[in-house]
Design a protein around this ligand. Structure first.
Ligand SMILES: Cc1cc2nc3c(=O)[nH]c(=O)nc-3n(C[C@H](O)[C@H](O)[C@H](O)COP(=O)(O)O)c2cc1C
Length: 198
């Protein structure tokens, strides 16, 4: 893969496959942020939406999580995607915004599956300590996926994370044809790529 436009098209294909293909390596990127002390913080999240033209990615989370506090204080994040079949790693860097009460968040909420929306009904936020092993869900929904009205009661815990990326690093390590490119988005020229030693 020795052409920058081909590499960009490849990155786009992988990201879009992560949205739709079950079990695809790009389905579950790692998002790294920085905490208030400047220490790194990273975790896996499901990729919910990609608009490559707009340079946007969407993730969903609980408003009570550490990552929401971190992004609120310092919005720069990195997403790391890894496809162990294709031996490709893609890193996106950009600025994240948090959406809780706007149209963007509402569209994300209504587009999410009922089973994933149930997670926002936990009584205490993710990461809260509990005395015994449990899901944290209230008893009435622990064993079932409830109806829309009950799901809605967790809506205020839902946050859509919108990331606008302006840097991409692509790395292909397949043994014989190792390649690496660093792309930066420039307002007047679009994606500008530089080949690097892998
Ligand atoms: C398979 C898998 C999928 C996950 N998907 C999400 C997700 O879409 N959103 C999310 O907030 N956390 C998700 N998590 C949990 C996060 O990795 C993390 O533990 C949680 O969000 C708390 O992170 P924080 O305390 O750093 O904010 C997922 C974890 C696993 C193992």
């Amino acid at each position: 893969m020795d052409d920058l436009q081909t590499v960009l098209a490849h990155i786009r294909r992988l990201l879009e496959a992560g949205l739709t293909a079950n079990g695809h390596g790009f389905r579950l990127p790692i998002m790294a942020s920085v905490d208030r002390e400047g220490k790194p913080s990273a975790r896996a999240l499901i990729l919910r939406h990609v608009d490559f033209e707009a340079r946007e990615v969407r993730l969903h989370t609980d408003s009570r999580t550490r990552k929401v506090e971190e992004i609120g204080a310092y919005p720069y994040v990195m997403l790391v995607f890894n496809d162990q079949v294709a031996n490709v790693q893609v890193q996106l860097k950009g600025c994240a915004s948090l959406h809780q009460d706007d149209v963007y968040a509402e569209d994300a909420w209504t587009g999410a599956s009922r089973s994933s929306r149930r997670a926002y009904l936990t009584e205490a936020g993710p990461g809260s300590s509990i005395k015994y092993p449990a899901s944290g869900l209230p008893a009435d929904v622990a064993a079932i996926v409830p109806d829309e009205a009950r799901l809605r009661q967790g809506r205020h815990h839902f946050t859509a994370i919108r990331i606008c990326f302006d840097e991409i690093e692509w790395l292909l390590l397949d043994g014989s044809e190792n390649r690496r490119v660093a792309f930066r988005f420039e307002a007047d020229s679009g994606w500008v790529g530089n080949w690097c030693v892998p």
